[in-house]
Structure formats: structure tokens, C-alpha cells
Design a protein around this ligand. Sequence first.
Ligand code: NAP
Length: 289
Amino acid sequence: MKKVAFIGLGVMGYPMAGHLVKAGYEVTVYNRTTAKAEQWAKEFNAHFALTPKDASKGADVVFACVGNDDDVCQVTFGSDGILAGLKPGAIFVDHTTASAELAEKLAKAAQQQGNDFIDAPVSGGQAGAENGQLTIMCGGHESTFEQVKPVMNAYAKFSQLMGVVGKGQVAKMANQICIAGLVQGLSEALNFAQRAGLDADKLVETISKGAAGSWQMENRYKTMYAGEYEFGFAVDWMRKDLAIAFKEAQKYDAKLPMTHMVDGFYQQVQQNGGNRWDTSSLISLLKTK
Ligand code: NAP
């Protein structure tokens, strides 16, 4: 496992591909906007290709991290797609947050031509990608996972095989369901405390040590108090992820009442112009008089 390719140099993919170079892999990247691929190749002294197929040629593992299901299909299928470039035995790993159905479709297409596939959505955000501290939820064969795990360690602090193909995506859905409810609870608590005149730092210093503590509380309370949202994990992405989770939940008749309510709040944030705001911008709806 020496030669790898990375498709999609967004907020996440750009630093992730960079970590692969730093870990000693021979990396070729592809990005739809070529200028970004050129910039990346210059920064990391590595190669870029003009199609996903050309980037994938000769690679032992091909990683993708693009936007949604449709975007993954665009870089995977067709005469210039990843599948057209994969050598026999190469492994395709998709880090995009997408549906479990898509993971099954990709695995089937890969297997039909002698390749294997792992769905591997990530958690940890932009900072996790930049610091190489992502958590990765995987679906696929154990032997395939064991082959790609050491490569993903270039940017992961933890990765786990959750089950068969698609189960990585299902785990990511559970992750997003947790975050939606949690951020709404945190928004309500902080807004309540602010109106009650409590000192924000003292409050969080105290309650974060008890049962209410969370990553969101520690990493977001300052910006939530200050009303700063122009960074982080975009509301548009969160709504895309929740839509995938709602569809999946129907299969198991799993009720998601609070998540539906929070999704409605995120829709209001979008209507207020917050499409690219961080998910912690839920508090903005409570700040109005
Ligand atoms: P992003 O900054 O918007 O980047 C998206 C990347 O995908 C760009 O390289 C873009 O190319 C490429 N792309 C999009 N549509 C494409 C298409 N149809 N064909 C070819 N390339 C296409 O997104 P991101 O924040 O890196 O997120 C990537 C994935 O990780 C998403 O599924 C997201 O939900 C997930 N994720 C994100 C975070 C986060 O905090 N950002 C955290 C966890 C998971 P261009 O440069 O040409 O636009």
C-alpha cells in the first residue's frame, strides 16, 4: 500500500490528502476545480490529475470526499470516473457523508470489476481533518478494512468497522441525530443563562465537568454567545445529512421527533441566510427579542 489517490479537495479532503503525503504515501489528487488541485500539488509537492480516472490509475487505494450522493456518482461512474481507473484488486474508500443505498451500489459496482469498497464517513470537522484527528465509521469486509486502516491512520485518531457495507453511513446518521438534539439543548441552555445574567465562562467551566458536558459545549459556547457563525460545519450539510437519516429511519420505523423539530429550526436558519453558517447557529433563532 504505497500509491494512493484522493478525489475531492474541499474543506475536509484538502488537509486529509496532505496528511497522506506527510505519512509517506505517493499521492495523486483530483479536484473538479483544477486550480485547487494545482495549489494542493504545489503545497505538498505531489501530483494532480485532470480526471478521477487518471488520478486512480495504478493506485492501491482511492479515497473520495465530495458533497452528496449525486456528487459521488459523478466522480465514480462514466468513462472518466474512479471505477474506470481502478487497477485489479485496488480498494475504493468513500469518505463522503452519503446514503447507505449508495454505499451498496458502489460496493456492487466495484466488486463486479474485481475491486473492493468501504464506506467511511468521518466525524471531527475541519479541525479534525487539519489536525489528523478524525473519527471514521466504516462499512465493508473486515479484511479490506484492515488493509485500509493503517493508511487512514494518517488523518484518523480512531476508526471502527461498524458492519457490512452501508453500516458506516448508518453510524454517521446516528452521529448527526445526536448532534442535532444536542446543539438545540445547548442553544436553549446558553440563551437561558445569558438572559439570566450568568457568567458564560464560569458556567461552562462548571457544568462541562458534569453530566451536561459535550464537545459542542466546550468548542462552541464562546462563538454561540458572541453570535459568530461564519465557520465550521455548514447548516446546508447538516440538512443534507438529516434528510438521509430520515429516509433510513423509515426502514426501521425509528421515530425521530426531536430531530425533525431541529431540522425545522435549521430550515429557518437557512431562510435567515445561514446556509453556510456552523450548526451552532441554532442559537441565532433564540436571540431575537
Ligand atoms: P466542501 O468544502 O464543500 O468540498 C466539496 C468537495 O467536493 C470539493 O472538492 C468539490 O469540488 C467536490 N465536489 C462537489 N461536487 C462535486 C461534483 N459533482 N463533482 C466533482 N467534485 C465535486 O465539503 P467538505 O466540507 O469538504 O465536505 C465533504 C464531505 O464530508 C461532505 O459529504 C460532508 O457532509 C462531509 N463532512 C464534512 C465535515 C465538515 O466539517 N466540513 C465534517 C464531517 C463530514 P470543487 O472544489 O470543484 O467545488
